[in-house]
Design a binder for this molecule. Sequence first.
Ligand code: NCD
Length: 311
Amino acid sequence: MLSSRHVLSIADLSADDIARVLETAESFAEVNERRIKKLPTLRGLTVINLFLEPSTRTRTSFEIAAKRLSADAINFSASASATVKGESLRDTAATLGAMACDLVVIRHRFAGAPRMLADMMDCSVVNGGDGMHEHPTQALLDLYTIRQRLGKLEGLRVGIVGDILHSRVAGSLVRALRIVGATPVLIGPATLMPSRPDVLGADVVLDLDEVLPSLDVAYMLRVQSERASGMPFPSVREYAALWGMNAARLGALPSHGIVMHPGPMNRGVEISADVADDTRSLVLQQVEAGVAVRMAVMYLLLGGADSGAAA
Ligand code: NCD
């Protein structure tokens, strides 16, 4: 079990919760390597994916995770425009409640929408990404991936590079890294830094090349043009030259250093094509970890820990 019945923010999780999720995900990762990848653990339970923002990989990942645990996974499509108002989200919550679902995964363009939904519903709610706020399961799968490759989390220096301002991935990852004793370093143009980075509790460095040799992980963020108002940097070429990961910069990382990206990647902008495909880039390992970690979150939230069926 986890200490909260929802996962809306990394702040809902204690250090013990995070350790439990990572440990449980490890046993599910083994299941995912078998030919028959299905466990009966959540048979009879219903998981609804309420994705009101475009998403392929995260929605698919949650859907596969639910199905591998034998839950009935349903993609509930409501038009984003019908649910932008609080009143409409209330109607959606009532509708989902009447369908007696056990867990709702919500992605919404407004920060705080998952919290509203959780307050209005009896079932568990998982935040699949809300506005520029948080994306907690992404941070959990990132921790899993880092630990799998580097063998530990405590004491690592993780540079989060690029569009911090608009990134819910960064919002969750900074919090999660601090809980596990790693040091997040925010790196990027001043125009893409939040106005109060100190609130997040991370150091800020404006020069990527200066900091690379001290990093264990370079976590590249997607430039979120759809969220930016105006042009926060002169050109894509300049962005790539100053902030993009490329072969020369990969060489400047320590030899054990790794590169990560939450996807979808803008090849040639925040990451060059050759680095994206390099063995030190863990992008696909992150996607793989996503399924196991989301299985673990669902299992722990829905009381699966009592049945002892993880193995
Ligand atoms: C992220 C998201 O949507 O927040 N992607 C994802 O979940 N796979 C990051 C992004 O879109 O840049």
